[in-house]
Design a protein around this ligand. Sequence first.
Ligand SMILES: [Zn+2]
Length: 292
Amino acid sequence: MIKADPYAFASLAAEQIIKGLGIAALPVDPKAIARDCGIEVVAKPMENEGVSGMLVRYGNDFAIAYATHHENEGFENFSVGHELGHYYLPGHVDAVIVGDAGSHVSRAGYLSGDKYEAEADRFAASFLMPRHLFFPALERAGVGLAAIERLAVLCKTSIHATAIRYAQCTREAVAIIVSRSGIIDHCFMSEALRNLDGIDWLRKRKAVPQNTATYAFNQDPVNVRHGNRVEEGSNLQHWFGGRRSIEICEDVVGLGRYGKTLTVLYDIDLPSPEDEEEERSLIESWTPRFKR
Ligand SMILES: [Zn+2]
């Protein structure tokens, strides 16, 4: 059974704000929107590489600082979107800043287990890639990593955040896997893929399967650091087990100096319910029946 999405409300809140502002085209500019709300927005080098930004409160006045060490406009936009999440989502300001003056330090996009950080991340993704604008763009974007790259340019978002949003929104069977040093950090499956019976969920901390393009790619750290890419054929079984051999495409790209690799599995030709039914009746017709 698929659990209800616990962050759906954060998505909806972000999308309603974008609609309410009358924004009808991508990209969404979170810095401009924050400034229009009277929030000061400043760039700030942060010493800790895990820190993405800060929300500062002084009474009813707010300021947002965003980290610049990633040298990535997409990451900066996501960081500002994350802080806007704390600003807009009910209960957040009081939860993350004690009293009516102080500051909150964020780790946006690090898939934090903290409820408020996770909600602000989801808000940021939906704010920058609201479904009413993202869906039509996705339809035109094509498939695989190339589609994600096109959408990232259009939305001014990072490849990583765009890939996750792509998996959340696409109707196709797609998986996004992020690995670091050969270990799977996280995996997002699109709804169509999650609904397929008989495949295993990739568990966090499991090693990347050896017979995949991603495994070979990760053997050379230069690939990851330099943002190299490969596009190869693969098999769903190699990644997710199960009894069916299903040919798929596997695109792999290095995410740069933080040592992460992004894998996109797509073109997954899922068996239709009719095929499944046919297979079942075929097996049944060949199963010998023993009479008592
Ligand atoms: Zn935060």
